[in-house]
Design a protein around this ligand. Sequence first.
Ligand SMILES: NC(=O)c1ccc[n+]([C@@H]2O[C@H](COP(=O)([O-])OP(=O)(O)OC[C@H]3O[C@@H](n4cnc5c(N)ncnc54)[C@H](OP(=O)(O)O)[C@@H]3O)[C@@H](O)[C@H]2O)c1
Length: 213
Amino acid sequence: MKVAVLGSGDVAKTLAGGFLKHGHQVMIGSRTPEKLAEWKTLNPKGSTGTFAASASFGEVVVLAVKGGAAMDALRLAGVANLAGKTVIDACNPIADAPPVNGVLRFFTNFDESLMEKLQHEFAGANFVKAFNSVGAGLMVNPQFAGGKPTMFICGNNEAAKKQVGGILDQFGWETADMGGAEAARAIEPLCMLWCIPGFRSNDWTHAFKLLKK
Ligand SMILES: NC(=O)c1ccc[n+]([C@@H]2O[C@H](COP(=O)([O-])OP(=O)(O)OC[C@H]3O[C@@H](n4cnc5c(N)ncnc54)[C@H](OP(=O)(O)O)[C@@H]3O)[C@@H](O)[C@H]2O)c1
């Protein structure tokens, strides 16, 4: 698969590396692709470009930018370059204000998530929330004594979610599909919960698992 990864931070670089590891072709994108020169040296099979070049290249697009800049990054990627494609949304709507006793603040509310806003603005793309509820260092084939962790996903397009389920299989996760885009109102705040032990006790080594009878 040809995969576009929009972003130059830890999440983008980690996921891009994961896609390469699993045999996909990757173009990672930034407003200033030069800042990805080191990543390119470390990942010679990958390529770098602008958000638009990357989105145009990808059959699947991964959005891994600052939450408050997600709309702008997608506009730069270009609406035509996203049309009909699965967009894996790893972003969290974290506000600029600092956490309160380890609890992050969001710029969204419980009646509208960031992903719903993105899906509304880019109606031709098929957004799937994924990878937002775990730290970058654990996104690709994490090993836990308790078995495979659970990735909570949601989105309006069943085929896109199936495609993301296949990617999550490769990346060593079990998938819990929580339904339509509105479920991002619950999945995005999992990031708050995941970060609390990190901010309070510098513990960043956990992941969520859904247990069923
Ligand atoms: N860090 C984690 O462990 C983790 C885990 C799960 C989810 N997340 C979420 O994943 C996303 C990426 O996190 P991150 O820590 O890797 O990186 P980040 O520092 O949150 O974001 C960096 C990216 O945001 C882009 N950006 C910033 N301002 C922009 C603007 N005005 N217009 C367009 N693009 C802009 C940058 O683009 P340029 O390349 O052009 O500078 C860069 O690619 C975030 O939404 C975060 O909440 C993070």
